[in-house]
Design a protein around this ligand. Structure first.
Ligand code: SF4
Ligand code: SF4
Length: 132
């Protein structure tokens, strides 16, 4: 009768001296590991988005959450006149990054994506270009 109680007490006391596995979020920040797939960002080259509107990323996206519309600039080069990701549908698989032939899109370490309205989960080209 007394032995189970002593064993239970032993376990409790042993845990009192262990480092806690939980974090006091948001005061304590988690250590984001390399390769983490967070919010997307569009890469820039020569002050322009690198995206050439090839439609590969919306084609491979399993969640069908990327919308691209191609435009043509004065040099007849294609660019993404519209680029949007619906973050409510994204499953953060990273296929869009893998598929891009010109390294125009990456995934950042940003994981705090909570918001108040559905519209705020639509990441437009301008919003994706702002991300570090
Ligand atoms: S991470 Fe996956 S689901 Fe999200 S936009 Fe890219 S391809 Fe689509
Ligand atoms: S981000 Fe890359 S894969 Fe997607 S449309 Fe632009 S160039 Fe193509």
């Amino acid at each position: 009768m007394i032995m189970p109680l002593i064993k239970g007490l032993q376990i409790t006391i042993s845990h009192m001296f262990k480092k806690p596995v939980t974090l006091q979020y948001p005061t304590e920040r988690p250590d984001v590991k390399p390769g983490f797939r967070g919010l997307h960002a569009l890469n820039v080259s020569h002050d322009k988005a690198k995206c050439v509107a090839c439609y590969l990323c919306p084609t491979v996206c399993p969640a069908k959450c990327i919308t691209v519309e191609a435009g043509e600039d004065a040099n007849h080069d294609k660019y993404a006149a519209k680029y949007e990701i619906d973050m409510l549908r994204c499953i953060f698989c990273g296929y869009c990054v893998e598929a891009c032939p010109v390294d125009a899109i990456r995934m950042t370490e940003q994981f705090e994506l909570a918001n108040y309205s559905r519209a705020d989960f639509t990441y437009t080209k301008d919003r994706l270009l702002e991300k570090k």
